[in-house]
Design a protein. Structure first.
Length: 345
């Protein structure tokens, strides 16, 4: 009997080794000479684009067969065009990776199926390179240099947005509802790069999105003082912004705190997900998940990220999958309130 109990684990271990080796060989044969395509749901120059291009430059050598990589930008409707494309049109063969705004998943959870043609629970998630830290920044020329001045303005402050479901829209609208912050979201911009340009020209006062994107892409304005962080919306303050007021500290009611928690905090963790089309073979999903996480820990990638001021605070594909599932478990009352706030009629 003793010999049997000793043999079974060894046999199981051998099967795992043989299976893993076989899978690696199969993957190498499949990916050798192929191109892994990253489809980014925003225009060049923004945060989504910066992360996708940095990861694409390093992930190829983490995949058996060393495929080449390309990045294609598919902006439109706050990355909804690219998300719908990935779900319904991209071939589920493990050669197309989508990078789009995770806030669209909450939009689906709230029951919006007019434009959304995907089910967020069916994507294959690779993971998230960084969990977002939502911050609102305004230009010095707007005249608003601190939160007290913002609360005191007579006219709503114009902030750039892409489309409902994008963090550029959702963050300021939740802050307006929870804190009575004077805000007017101006939709229609293709990405944060266009919002920055519009703010610098005086067309807008600024915008709200992730500090991890604002910091590298608007670095010059922040360094000169022409762009100022006015308010952040995190469970606790970001280490870079100890003097910037935190939204949750200004919530006067339990409902206001819940709106910030569900509408901003919970979504911020998965604002920048990388995903594969539904139906991608499981062995390729597992392989790409592993390659994704290995890339985010790679010393050369981290050196490039540091140089480009790209923060790295990843979630695995499995963790991302759990968070997505949790968004559909929010109370119906809270989802109804958020829908009224985020999608004004």
């Amino acid at each position: 009997m003793g010999r049997k109990f000793t043999w079974l684990p060894e046999a199981t271990w051998l099967l795992v080794v043989v299976f893993s080796a076989s899978a690696a060989v199969g993957a190498e044969e499949f990916y050798k000479g192929k191109t892994l395509r990253f489809v980014v749901g925003a225009s060049p120059g923004g945060g989504l684009d910066a992360y996708a291009r940095a990861i694409a430059r390093h992930i190829g050598n983490k995949i058996p067969g060393n495929p080449t990589t390309i990045v294609e930008n598919m902006p439109g409707a706050g990355s909804l065009v690219s998300a719908n494309y990935l779900y319904a049109q991209a071939k589920p063969d493990g050669l197309t990776v989508g990078h789009w705004i995770g806030g669209l998943i909450m939009r689906q959870a709230m029951g919006d199926q007019k434009e959304i043609s995907f089910d967020g629970r069916k994507f294959e998630w690779l993971g998230v390179p960084v969990q977002d830290s939502p911050v609102c920044v305004l230009t010095k020329t707007s005249g608003i240099t601190n939160l007290e001045k913002w609360f005191a303005v007579r006219e709503p402050v114009k902030l750039g947005g892409t489309v409902p479901g994008g963090n550029t829209d959702d963050i300021p609208r939740v802050l307006k509802a929870a804190l009575s912050l004077p805000v007017q979201v101006v939709d229609g911009y293709k990405g944060t790069a266009e919002i920055r340009l519009a703010a610098e020209s005086g067309e807008l006062a600024g915008g709200c999105w992730a500090w991890e994107s604002i910091k590298p892409t608007w670095a010059k304005g922040l360094q000169t003082g022409d762009v100022i962080a006015i308010i952040q919306a995190l469970p606790k303050k970001h280490p870079d912004l100890p003097q910037v007021p935190n939204a949750i500290d200004y919530a006067k009611t339990e409902e206001a705190r819940n709106l910030i928690q569900v509408g901003i905090h919970n979504q911020a963790a998965i604002t920048r997900p990388f995903s594969l089309p539904p139906g991608t073979p499981k062995e390729r999903v597992a392989l790409l998940r592993q390659a994704f996480m290995r890339t985010l820990k790679d010393t050369e990638f981290l050196a490039e990220a540091q140089k480009a001021k790209l923060a790295v605070n990843p979630l695995s594909g499995e963790e991302t999958e759990k968070i997505v599932a949790g968004l559909f478990q929010a109370s119906p009352d809270m989802l109804r309130k958020l829908k009224d706030i985020l999608y004004p009629k």
